[in-house]
Write a protein that binds this ligand. Structure first.
Ligand code: TXA
Ligand code: MG
Length: 342
Protein backbone atom coordinates (compact mmCIF):
# COMPACT_ATOMS: atom_id res chain seq x y z
CA UNK A 1 0.00 0.00 0.00
CA UNK A 2 1.24 3.45 -0.87
CA UNK A 3 0.97 6.06 1.87
CA UNK A 4 0.02 9.54 0.68
CA UNK A 5 0.67 12.70 2.68
CA UNK A 6 -1.82 15.44 1.80
CA UNK A 7 -2.49 18.96 3.00
CA UNK A 8 -5.96 19.46 4.42
CA UNK A 9 -8.29 20.62 1.62
CA UNK A 10 -11.95 19.93 0.84
CA UNK A 11 -10.74 17.25 -1.57
CA UNK A 12 -8.41 15.44 0.89
CA UNK A 13 -11.10 15.63 3.57
CA UNK A 14 -13.56 13.92 1.22
CA UNK A 15 -10.98 11.27 0.44
CA UNK A 16 -10.38 10.76 4.16
CA UNK A 17 -14.10 10.42 4.82
CA UNK A 18 -14.45 7.82 2.05
CA UNK A 19 -11.60 5.77 3.50
CA UNK A 20 -13.17 5.90 6.98
CA UNK A 21 -16.64 4.98 5.73
CA UNK A 22 -15.12 2.01 3.87
CA UNK A 23 -13.67 0.72 7.13
CA UNK A 24 -10.15 2.08 6.61
CA UNK A 25 -7.87 4.25 8.75
CA UNK A 26 -6.40 7.72 8.23
CA UNK A 27 -3.73 9.59 10.20
CA UNK A 28 -4.90 13.00 11.39
CA UNK A 29 -3.23 15.96 13.08
CA UNK A 30 -4.33 17.19 16.49
CA UNK A 31 -2.95 19.93 18.75
CA UNK A 32 -1.19 17.27 20.89
CA UNK A 33 0.16 14.51 18.63
CA UNK A 34 -0.98 12.86 15.37
CA UNK A 35 -3.70 10.22 15.70
CA UNK A 36 -4.51 7.09 13.70
CA UNK A 37 -8.26 7.42 13.14
CA UNK A 38 -11.00 4.91 12.37
CA UNK A 39 -14.79 4.61 12.69
CA UNK A 40 -15.62 3.99 16.38
CA UNK A 41 -18.76 2.01 15.42
CA UNK A 42 -16.89 -0.38 13.12
CA UNK A 43 -15.39 -3.46 14.84
CA UNK A 44 -13.10 -4.26 11.92
CA UNK A 45 -11.75 -0.71 11.68
CA UNK A 46 -11.02 -0.67 15.41
CA UNK A 47 -9.28 -4.04 15.26
CA UNK A 48 -7.24 -2.80 12.31
CA UNK A 49 -5.93 0.12 14.39
CA UNK A 50 -4.64 -2.26 17.09
CA UNK A 51 -3.06 -4.46 14.43
CA UNK A 52 -1.30 -1.67 12.53
CA UNK A 53 0.19 -0.21 15.70
CA UNK A 54 0.99 -3.56 17.31
CA UNK A 55 -0.94 -2.25 20.31
CA UNK A 56 -1.66 -4.55 23.25
CA UNK A 57 -5.35 -5.45 23.13
CA UNK A 58 -6.08 -4.34 26.68
CA UNK A 59 -5.19 -0.68 26.08
CA UNK A 60 -8.41 1.24 25.25
CA UNK A 61 -8.81 3.95 22.63
CA UNK A 62 -10.08 7.54 22.80
CA UNK A 63 -13.12 8.53 20.72
CA UNK A 64 -12.69 11.95 19.05
CA UNK A 65 -15.70 14.12 18.21
CA UNK A 66 -16.25 17.62 16.80
CA UNK A 67 -17.23 20.42 19.13
CA UNK A 68 -21.00 20.27 18.40
CA UNK A 69 -21.31 16.51 18.68
CA UNK A 70 -24.16 15.35 20.94
CA UNK A 71 -22.33 13.40 23.65
CA UNK A 72 -25.52 11.75 24.91
CA UNK A 73 -25.34 9.50 21.85
CA UNK A 74 -22.33 7.67 23.26
CA UNK A 75 -22.08 8.36 27.01
CA UNK A 76 -24.44 7.27 29.72
CA UNK A 77 -23.86 9.74 32.52
CA UNK A 78 -22.46 13.26 32.52
CA UNK A 79 -21.58 14.58 35.99
CA UNK A 80 -21.97 18.37 36.51
CA UNK A 81 -18.22 18.83 37.02
CA UNK A 82 -17.56 17.30 33.57
CA UNK A 83 -19.73 20.00 32.03
CA UNK A 84 -17.63 22.65 33.79
CA UNK A 85 -14.44 21.03 32.54
CA UNK A 86 -15.76 20.99 28.99
CA UNK A 87 -16.77 24.65 29.19
CA UNK A 88 -13.32 25.65 30.43
CA UNK A 89 -10.99 23.43 28.41
CA UNK A 90 -12.72 22.06 25.31
CA UNK A 91 -12.03 21.95 22.49
CA UNK A 92 -8.51 21.26 23.70
CA UNK A 93 -6.04 18.72 25.10
CA UNK A 94 -8.28 17.16 27.76
CA UNK A 95 -9.85 13.70 27.38
CA UNK A 96 -12.75 12.88 29.69
CA UNK A 97 -13.67 9.30 30.63
CA UNK A 98 -17.44 8.71 31.12
CA UNK A 99 -19.67 5.71 31.75
CA UNK A 100 -20.24 4.37 28.24
CA UNK A 101 -23.59 3.88 26.56
CA UNK A 102 -22.13 0.84 24.87
CA UNK A 103 -22.96 2.12 21.37
CA UNK A 104 -19.41 2.20 19.99
CA UNK A 105 -17.58 -1.00 19.11
CA UNK A 106 -16.78 -3.13 22.18
CA UNK A 107 -13.17 -3.22 21.00
CA UNK A 108 -12.77 0.51 21.67
CA UNK A 109 -12.71 0.27 25.47
CA UNK A 110 -11.29 -3.28 25.68
CA UNK A 111 -13.99 -4.53 28.00
CA UNK A 112 -14.15 -1.48 30.30
CA UNK A 113 -17.64 -0.02 30.80
CA UNK A 114 -16.31 3.49 30.27
CA UNK A 115 -15.53 5.55 27.16
CA UNK A 116 -12.81 8.17 26.78
CA UNK A 117 -13.93 11.15 24.68
CA UNK A 118 -11.82 13.98 23.32
CA UNK A 119 -12.67 17.15 21.40
CA UNK A 120 -9.42 18.31 19.78
CA UNK A 121 -8.94 22.01 19.05
CA UNK A 122 -6.77 21.59 15.95
CA UNK A 123 -8.66 23.13 13.01
CA UNK A 124 -7.77 20.29 10.67
CA UNK A 125 -8.95 17.72 13.21
CA UNK A 126 -12.23 19.59 13.66
CA UNK A 127 -12.71 19.79 9.88
CA UNK A 128 -12.10 16.05 9.55
CA UNK A 129 -14.46 15.20 12.43
CA UNK A 130 -17.20 17.40 10.97
CA UNK A 131 -16.70 15.83 7.55
CA UNK A 132 -17.25 12.31 8.93
CA UNK A 133 -19.80 13.34 11.58
CA UNK A 134 -19.11 10.23 13.68
CA UNK A 135 -16.87 9.46 16.66
CA UNK A 136 -13.41 8.57 15.43
CA UNK A 137 -11.17 6.45 17.62
CA UNK A 138 -7.58 7.58 17.37
CA UNK A 139 -4.56 6.44 19.34
CA UNK A 140 -1.30 8.22 18.69
CA UNK A 141 -0.17 7.36 15.14
CA UNK A 142 3.11 5.65 16.05
CA UNK A 143 4.09 2.01 16.31
CA UNK A 144 3.20 0.86 19.81
CA UNK A 145 5.85 1.78 22.39
CA UNK A 146 7.74 4.03 20.00
CA UNK A 147 7.91 7.82 20.36
CA UNK A 148 4.58 9.56 19.60
CA UNK A 149 4.43 11.54 16.33
CA UNK A 150 4.23 15.33 16.24
CA UNK A 151 4.55 15.75 12.46
CA UNK A 152 3.25 14.04 9.34
CA UNK A 153 6.84 12.94 8.66
CA UNK A 154 7.01 11.12 12.01
CA UNK A 155 3.81 9.24 11.14
CA UNK A 156 5.21 8.34 7.73
CA UNK A 157 8.43 7.02 9.29
CA UNK A 158 6.44 4.60 11.48
CA UNK A 159 3.48 3.65 9.31
CA UNK A 160 4.46 4.00 5.65
CA UNK A 161 3.02 1.18 3.58
CA UNK A 162 0.50 0.34 6.30
CA UNK A 163 -2.01 3.19 5.92
CA UNK A 164 -3.33 4.94 2.80
CA UNK A 165 -3.42 8.58 3.89
CA UNK A 166 -1.85 11.06 6.30
CA UNK A 167 -3.59 14.43 6.56
CA UNK A 168 -0.79 16.92 7.10
CA UNK A 169 -1.77 19.66 9.53
CA UNK A 170 1.75 20.85 10.32
CA UNK A 171 3.73 20.34 13.50
CA UNK A 172 1.69 19.72 16.65
CA UNK A 173 1.89 22.71 18.96
CA UNK A 174 1.18 20.91 22.26
CA UNK A 175 3.66 18.11 21.77
CA UNK A 176 2.52 15.64 24.44
CA UNK A 177 -0.73 13.71 24.54
CA UNK A 178 -3.94 14.99 26.12
CA UNK A 179 -4.59 14.81 29.83
CA UNK A 180 -6.85 11.81 30.48
CA UNK A 181 -9.29 12.50 33.31
CA UNK A 182 -11.76 10.00 34.75
CA UNK A 183 -15.25 11.44 35.32
CA UNK A 184 -16.98 8.39 36.76
CA UNK A 185 -16.45 9.29 40.44
CA UNK A 186 -17.44 12.15 42.73
CA UNK A 187 -14.26 14.04 41.88
CA UNK A 188 -12.29 14.10 38.60
CA UNK A 189 -9.22 11.86 38.64
CA UNK A 190 -6.26 12.34 36.34
CA UNK A 191 -5.22 9.04 34.76
CA UNK A 192 -2.57 10.51 32.43
CA UNK A 193 -0.94 13.90 33.00
CA UNK A 194 -0.85 16.31 30.09
CA UNK A 195 -1.24 19.91 29.01
CA UNK A 196 -4.35 20.54 31.09
CA UNK A 197 -2.82 20.28 34.54
CA UNK A 198 -4.16 19.21 37.92
CA UNK A 199 -3.83 22.81 39.10
CA UNK A 200 -5.96 24.04 36.17
CA UNK A 201 -8.67 21.46 36.90
CA UNK A 202 -8.76 22.32 40.60
CA UNK A 203 -9.21 26.00 39.74
CA UNK A 204 -12.37 25.14 37.80
CA UNK A 205 -14.03 22.39 39.84
CA UNK A 206 -12.36 22.70 43.24
CA UNK A 207 -10.86 19.21 43.47
CA UNK A 208 -8.92 16.69 41.44
CA UNK A 209 -7.28 13.37 42.31
CA UNK A 210 -4.35 11.70 40.62
CA UNK A 211 -4.48 8.02 39.92
CA UNK A 212 -1.44 5.90 40.62
CA UNK A 213 -1.82 2.38 39.33
CA UNK A 214 -1.47 -0.43 41.81
CA UNK A 215 0.47 -3.38 40.48
CA UNK A 216 -0.90 -5.78 43.04
CA UNK A 217 -2.06 -9.11 41.66
CA UNK A 218 -5.73 -9.24 40.79
CA UNK A 219 -6.33 -5.51 40.98
CA UNK A 220 -8.11 -4.03 38.00
CA UNK A 221 -6.14 -1.21 36.42
CA UNK A 222 -8.20 1.87 35.52
CA UNK A 223 -6.14 2.85 32.53
CA UNK A 224 -4.21 -0.14 31.24
CA UNK A 225 -1.99 1.99 29.00
CA UNK A 226 -0.22 3.18 32.12
CA UNK A 227 1.48 -0.17 32.48
CA UNK A 228 3.38 -0.22 29.24
CA UNK A 229 6.75 1.13 28.24
CA UNK A 230 5.98 4.03 25.95
CA UNK A 231 7.46 6.84 23.93
CA UNK A 232 10.81 5.05 23.66
CA UNK A 233 13.52 6.00 21.17
CA UNK A 234 15.42 3.16 19.49
CA UNK A 235 18.69 3.79 21.25
CA UNK A 236 20.01 3.09 24.71
CA UNK A 237 18.92 5.83 27.13
CA UNK A 238 20.41 6.77 30.49
CA UNK A 239 18.23 9.01 32.64
CA UNK A 240 19.53 11.29 35.41
CA UNK A 241 17.51 13.40 37.80
CA UNK A 242 18.16 17.13 37.70
CA UNK A 243 20.27 17.00 40.90
CA UNK A 244 22.57 14.43 39.34
CA UNK A 245 24.15 16.55 36.66
CA UNK A 246 27.67 15.55 37.76
CA UNK A 247 26.78 11.87 37.35
CA UNK A 248 25.31 12.55 33.94
CA UNK A 249 28.57 14.21 32.90
CA UNK A 250 30.61 11.26 34.22
CA UNK A 251 28.32 8.85 32.40
CA UNK A 252 28.89 10.84 29.25
CA UNK A 253 32.65 10.62 29.74
CA UNK A 254 32.70 6.88 30.32
CA UNK A 255 30.22 6.04 27.54
CA UNK A 256 32.08 8.18 25.08
CA UNK A 257 35.19 6.02 25.48
CA UNK A 258 33.33 3.12 23.88
CA UNK A 259 30.73 4.84 21.78
CA UNK A 260 30.87 7.43 19.07
CA UNK A 261 27.14 7.97 18.69
CA UNK A 262 26.44 9.60 21.99
CA UNK A 263 24.51 12.75 22.80
CA UNK A 264 22.77 14.54 25.66
CA UNK A 265 19.17 15.72 25.92
CA UNK A 266 18.69 18.46 28.51
CA UNK A 267 17.11 21.83 29.15
CA UNK A 268 18.77 24.90 27.69
CA UNK A 269 20.39 26.12 30.90
CA UNK A 270 22.24 22.81 31.41
CA UNK A 271 23.78 22.69 27.95
CA UNK A 272 26.84 24.77 28.75
CA UNK A 273 28.10 22.20 31.30
CA UNK A 274 27.89 19.36 28.81
CA UNK A 275 29.44 21.38 26.01
CA UNK A 276 32.50 21.92 28.23
CA UNK A 277 33.23 18.21 27.88
CA UNK A 278 32.53 18.29 24.14
CA UNK A 279 29.08 16.69 24.20
CA UNK A 280 26.58 17.05 21.38
CA UNK A 281 23.39 18.35 23.00
CA UNK A 282 19.73 18.36 22.05
CA UNK A 283 18.12 21.47 23.49
CA UNK A 284 14.81 20.66 25.18
CA UNK A 285 14.13 24.37 25.66
CA UNK A 286 13.85 26.97 28.37
CA UNK A 287 10.22 26.84 29.48
CA UNK A 288 7.50 24.26 30.09
CA UNK A 289 5.59 24.71 26.83
CA UNK A 290 8.78 24.57 24.76
CA UNK A 291 9.88 21.37 26.47
CA UNK A 292 6.53 19.65 25.81
CA UNK A 293 6.55 20.88 22.22
CA UNK A 294 10.08 19.64 21.42
CA UNK A 295 10.31 16.42 23.42
CA UNK A 296 9.15 13.82 20.89
CA UNK A 297 10.82 15.40 17.88
CA UNK A 298 14.14 15.46 19.76
CA UNK A 299 13.80 11.83 20.88
CA UNK A 300 13.24 10.89 17.24
CA UNK A 301 16.20 12.99 16.07
CA UNK A 302 18.36 11.43 18.78
CA UNK A 303 17.55 7.84 17.84
CA UNK A 304 18.57 8.49 14.25
CA UNK A 305 22.12 9.57 15.21
CA UNK A 306 22.85 8.02 18.63
CA UNK A 307 23.63 4.66 20.08
CA UNK A 308 23.40 6.19 23.54
CA UNK A 309 21.38 9.16 24.74
CA UNK A 310 22.10 10.68 28.15
CA UNK A 311 18.94 12.40 29.43
CA UNK A 312 19.04 14.95 32.23
CA UNK A 313 15.62 15.72 33.70
CA UNK A 314 14.65 19.40 33.73
CA UNK A 315 14.66 21.08 37.15
CA UNK A 316 11.12 22.40 37.12
CA UNK A 317 8.37 20.09 38.40
CA UNK A 318 4.59 20.50 38.51
CA UNK A 319 2.32 22.03 35.89
CA UNK A 320 2.95 20.67 32.40
CA UNK A 321 6.24 19.26 33.64
CA UNK A 322 4.36 16.44 35.40
CA UNK A 323 3.37 15.19 31.95
CA UNK A 324 6.75 15.90 30.37
CA UNK A 325 8.62 14.05 33.15
CA UNK A 326 6.19 11.15 33.00
CA UNK A 327 6.92 10.78 29.24
CA UNK A 328 10.68 11.12 29.72
CA UNK A 329 10.75 8.46 32.43
CA UNK A 330 8.69 6.03 30.39
CA UNK A 331 10.82 6.69 27.32
CA UNK A 332 13.90 5.77 29.36
CA UNK A 333 12.34 2.84 31.26
CA UNK A 334 13.94 -0.48 30.49
CA UNK A 335 10.95 -2.80 30.50
CA UNK A 336 7.19 -2.88 30.92
CA UNK A 337 6.17 -2.32 34.48
CA UNK A 338 5.24 -5.82 35.67
CA UNK A 339 1.56 -6.59 35.36
CA UNK A 340 1.17 -9.39 37.81
CA UNK A 341 -2.46 -10.13 37.21
CA UNK A 342 -1.70 -11.70 33.84
O1 TXA B 1 -3.66 13.58 22.73
C1 TXA B 1 -4.12 12.44 22.67
O2 TXA B 1 -4.85 11.96 23.57
C2 TXA B 1 -3.79 11.61 21.43
C3 TXA B 1 -4.39 12.28 20.20
C4 TXA B 1 -4.22 11.47 18.95
O3 TXA B 1 -5.74 12.58 20.43
N1 TXA B 1 -4.25 10.27 21.56
C5 TXA B 1 -3.65 9.37 22.39
O4 TXA B 1 -4.18 8.10 22.35
O5 TXA B 1 -2.72 9.65 23.10
P1 TXA B 1 -3.44 6.83 22.95
O6 TXA B 1 -4.26 5.68 22.48
O7 TXA B 1 -2.02 6.83 22.57
O8 TXA B 1 -3.64 6.97 24.49
C6 TXA B 1 -4.92 6.80 25.07
C7 TXA B 1 -4.82 6.76 26.57
C8 TXA B 1 -4.22 5.46 27.05
O9 TXA B 1 -3.39 5.72 28.17
C9 TXA B 1 -5.46 4.65 27.44
O10 TXA B 1 -5.19 3.67 28.41
C10 TXA B 1 -6.37 5.76 27.97
O11 TXA B 1 -6.14 6.85 27.11
N2 TXA B 1 -7.79 5.38 27.87
C11 TXA B 1 -8.55 5.23 26.74
N3 TXA B 1 -9.79 4.85 27.04
C12 TXA B 1 -9.87 4.75 28.37
C13 TXA B 1 -10.91 4.39 29.30
N4 TXA B 1 -12.11 4.04 28.89
N5 TXA B 1 -10.61 4.41 30.62
C14 TXA B 1 -9.37 4.77 31.03
N6 TXA B 1 -8.34 5.10 30.22
C15 TXA B 1 -8.58 5.10 28.91
MG1 MG C 1 0.04 6.52 22.48
Amino acid sequence: MQTQIKAITPESLRQAKNIIMDGGVVAIPTETVYGLGGNAFDDEAVKKIFEIKGRPNDNPLIAHVHSDYDLSQIIDYDPPYAKKLRESFLPGPLTLVYPSKGRVSPYVSCGLDTLAVRVPSHEGAQAFLRETGIPIVAPSANLSRHVSPTSARHVFDDLQGKIPLILDGGNCVGGIESTVCDCTGDVPTILRAGLVTKEMIIRVVGACNEYTPSFAAGEKVKSPGLLYKHYAPRCKTLLFSSENRENAISAYMSETLENKGIAVLCEESAIVEFEKVGAKCFNLGKNQAEMANRLYDLLRQAESVCQVLIVLEPREKGGIMTGVLNRLRKACASEDIPHESK
